[in-house]
Design a protein around this ligand. Structure first.
Ligand code: ADP
Ligand code: MG
Length: 420
């Protein structure tokens, strides 16, 4: 059986050097600076952000580095270690939403969003940039947010916008990164990824409340998440399952949630989640049944059941973790995955099998993380067990002739920052 590959995080020195060297060899001069932003892994609270719900991401040690220099004109030139030596170009003047093709839409869209959506106009000009990254692409660990958020922080810095230096200010950069993904790259995304990349802190999980009525400061609280002192590890494993048929699935889930909220007479499913999760634990299941019985379609019933119970699990997980009740925290991982598998129907066999193998080999709990339809799982395990369990999953995948998964060793890391 083949040995499982662990994706190492680039050190700051390595990442900054790679990005700077690519910049210099491409553009012929040194960059003005280097910034980085992390990928993220969501501990619990999946498909809740666009329902004004709760989620709980941590920032990864795995980051995307951007070497950048501002320009006087409105031209943009970008290259990535992954773009096959090709420089993508665009002119921000008269650029329209959706006009940039391919990966370059993510970084160029941030400058576009700052000018067209953020109201910064000509304060934000063109730039040259080179990217280097160790965040797996399309693995559910948010390489896209690592790219848009590192770009947002770099542009904020070189054009003197002044939002990057405070947590509150960073919310503006979060919104620019979201606008780039939604409107330029055409990727529907609810805000979890970008908030995590710009607002998570080292050693903490970010309890993010996506209720838009809350102020920036009210919307987050930092929760201790130091696994080492608890004798634990978090295994993150990218299943490398081919992303199939996920086009339109995310949008379809979102639509059912919005239509169901309307049918139930509330602005968002969050309102109902608060009502139900405010009841004593023993009364909740009956209350959820009564609620979903008011919906016509079986599909809507299942989707709403997931969202309501998942929002409740975030609060419960935070409480269990605070009380050091790791057994309960693990059970909540399991309940979350089962709900995503059975009610939200966003798992694929690779995700289910990886989770099953982790559970059978001593994990306190395991679940898929990210949007689903492929991507990654996480498992809460005793210290020293992550590599062993990852190997067991890899062996099982090999015996089924699936793509080899890749693992990441992860601790809760710091948010986007300037490194040079
Ligand atoms: P995820 O965010 O889960 O990794 P997405 O599909 O949202 O998956 O984003 C992946 C896309 O982001 C890639 O297909 C590519 O277009 C772009 N991307 C992210 N990181 C890089 C990078 N370092 N170089 C080039 N493109 C990147
Ligand atoms: Mg993404």
């Amino acid at each position: 059986m083949a040995q499982i590959e662990f994706i190492d995080a680039l050190s700051i020195d390595e990442g900054a050097r790679e990005a700077s060297e690519l910049f210099e060899s491409t553009f012929g001069f040194a960059p003005q600076g280097v910034w980085d932003a992390p990928g993220r892994v969501n501990l619990i609270g999946e498909h809740t952000d666009y329902n004004n719900g709760l989620c709980l991401p941590i920032a990864l040690p795995h980051r995307t580095f951007i070497a950048l220099s501002p320009r006087e004109d409105t031209q943009v030139r970008v290259i990535s270690t992954l773009s096959g030596g090709v420089v993508a170009q665009a002119d921000l003047q008269d650029l329209e939403a959706g006009a940039v093709e391919g990966w370059a839409a993510y970084p160029i869209g941030v400058a576009w969003a700052m000018r067209e959506r953020g109201g910064f106009g000509d304060k934000v000009r063109g730039f040259d940039a080179a990217f280097s990254s160790c965040v797996p692409l399309g693995g559910g660990l948010s390489s896209s947010a690592a790219m848009t958020c590192s770009t947002a922080l770099a542009l904020d810095d070189v054009f003197g916008l002044g939002y990057g230096s405070s947590d509150e200010g960073r919310v503006t950069l979060v919104n620019m990164a979201i606008a780039s993904e939604n409107e330029m790259a055409g990727a529907a995304t609810g805000g979890l990824d970008q908030s995590a990349s710009l607002r998570c802190q080292a050693g903490k999980a970010l309890l993010l409340d996506c209720n838009p009525a809350l102020s920036a400061v009210e919307s987050v609280s930092q929760q201790d998440f130091d696994l080492d002192t608890l004798g634990l590890e978090l295994l993150v494993l990218d299943t490398q399952a081919p992303h199939s048929l996920n086009d339109g699935q995310y949008a379809a889930r979102r639509r059912v949630c919005e239509e169901s909220a309307k049918a139930l007479g509330v602005e968002s499913l969050r309102v109902l989640a608060d009502r139900i999760n405010g009841l004593p634990q023993t009364e909740r299941a009956v209350a959820v049944d009564a609620l979903v019985s008011r919906l016509d379609s079986e599909e809507a019933k299942m989707r709403v059941r997931h969202v309501i119970t998942e929002i409740g699990r975030v609060t419960e997980f935070v409480d269990a973790f605070k009380a050091r009740d790791i057994k309960r925290a693990g059970e909540l991982f399991n309940e979350s995955h089962n709900s995503l598998r059975d009610d939200y129907e966003v798992t694929v066999p690779q995700l289910d099998v990886a989770v099953d193998v982790a559970r059978a080999n001593g994990a306190y709990g395991a679940r898929m993380t990210g949007g689903g339809f492929g991507g990654s799982i996480i498992a809460l395990v005793d210290k020293g067990q992550a590599a062993i369990i990852a190997q067991k999953i890899a062996d099982e995948f090999e015996s089924r002739s699936w793509n080899a998964p890749r693992a990441l060793a992860v601790v809760a890391s710091n948010p986007a920052e300037r490194v040079r």
